[in-house]
Design a protein around this ligand. Structure first.
Ligand code: IMP
Ligand code: MG
Length: 181
């Protein structure tokens, strides 16, 4: 795999599609184990846009009968750093009151999005709420919003591919790339 250039910045291969699938399956097994004996199946809440590819793979791999998925949309990033402010662009159509909710995020960086999201969803009175994220940058976390299910813990470097973008670009790359310093 070669270097890719997006918006004038160089990115090198970081996590291969094979490694991604391996960790998606591992996280899916953890979720299945934790929810398979529940009376009501969980509702996955996919946080658009970045999480849609991970959510599609995870949801299928968990494969719990009668589980549901719904979508919410936020915007917090501009360029390669968090703006620290999040804007809700699209709300939740489904009712999650009394349900076990699994929030699906692509990446937890500062945790500002995770915190705001949990507050918004908590107001709808779910029975429980956990977060599954493909990637987690523990050194960047400023909010104490530690995700319950994590694919990869990574250092605080900017990455893209497999749904993650730079100003809307590079989401379709099957592997994950990291910015070359
Ligand atoms: P947080 O609110 O700082 O935790 O950031 C969460 C959101 O910022 C994620 O859902 C991503 O959309 C975006 N983000 C954080 N780090 C990266 C990265 O390294 N690459 C691409 N997007 C990122
Ligand atoms: Mg996101």
């Amino acid at each position: 795999m070669a270097i890719v250039t997006i918006k004038g910045l160089n990115f090198e291969p970081y996590i291969s599609r094979e490694e991604i699938q391996k960790q998606v399956l591992r996280v899916a097994q953890e979720i299945r184990r934790d929810y398979e004996n529940n009376e009501l199946p969980p509702v996955f809440v996919c946080v658009l846009n970045g999480s849609f590819i991970f959510a599609a793979d995870l949801f299928r791999a968990v494969n719990l009968e009668h589980s549901e998925i719904t979508f919410i949309r936020f915007k917090s990033y501009e360029g390669t750093s968090s703006t620290g402010e999040i804007t809700q662009v699209m709300g939740l159509a489904e009712n999650i009151t009394g349900r076990d909710v699994i929030i699906v995020e692509d990446i937890v960086d500062t945790g500002v999005t995770a915190k705001a999201l949990r507050a918004i969803l908590r107001a709808k009175n779910p029975k429980s709420m956990k977060m599954a994220t493909l990637l987690y940058k523990p050194a960047s976390l400023t909010t104490g919003e530690v995700p319950e299910y994590v694919g990869f813990e990574i250092p605080s470097r900017f990455i893209l591919g497999y749904g993650l973008d730079l100003d809307g670009e590079a989401r379709s790359l099957p592997d994950i790339y990291v910015k070359v310093d």
